[in-house]
Design a protein around this ligand. Sequence first.
Ligand SMILES: *[C@@H]1O[C@H](CO)[C@@H](O)[C@H](O)[C@H]1NC(C)=O
Length: 226
Amino acid sequence: MRWIGIIRILVIVFTLLSTWFFVEKIFSSKWEASSLHSLFEKEVKRDTIPEKKHRKCGNDKECPQNYFAFKVISGAANVVGPSICLEDKILMSNVRNNIGRGLNIALVNASTTRLIKTGHFDMYSGDVKDVQKFLAGMKEGTLIFIASFDDPATKLDDKTRDLFTSYGSSYAKKLGFRDSWTFVGGKGLKNKSPFEQHIKNDKENNKYDGWPEVLEISGCIPKKMD
Ligand SMILES: *[C@@H]1O[C@H](CO)[C@@H](O)[C@H](O)[C@H]1NC(C)=O
């Protein structure tokens, strides 16, 4: 009887040891395999694929001389904040900590790309007068970048919508509760801006439950020549 007991214990110990050995072997060989794999991949990339060129604001196309590269991304639902990039500089973003629910607006000198100011305006429970104050005194030759986040429109009045329209917007008049909107315009533009996107908040077609999908516009803005 004592022998049987000892043998049982030996069998259990042996099973445990071999399981441990086996598991350890698998994990370490997997790890080695994957690190070898990534080394190999790096090697291959370096040899055959030319390094992806960094373009300003991460855009696909390079801008010609006397054009400014930009990218404007609207917020995602009420979760991920919007961002505005110009000439590879992030003017507004979550990381810069200068965005918020509603309208996110950056004003830029159209000759130099120098940032004049940024502001974010809660259009669900804020005061639209703050937007008007922000825009007051805007000179000709100022670019305006706008990205929506969550709700850009509940408090928007006709006066402010008309201002945006005068900067070249086609959709400011129709903007509604929780629509997605990205826009680049300017004071003194003679035509409608080509840099604008808008999606209506529509329960049937929303990407997220209560919100349409994220909008992204990018491209090249001609420098203002004096
Ligand atoms: C842009 O900058 C130039 C050069 O500093 C200046 O003369 C011009 O008034 C500025 N324009 C705006 C709209 O701020």
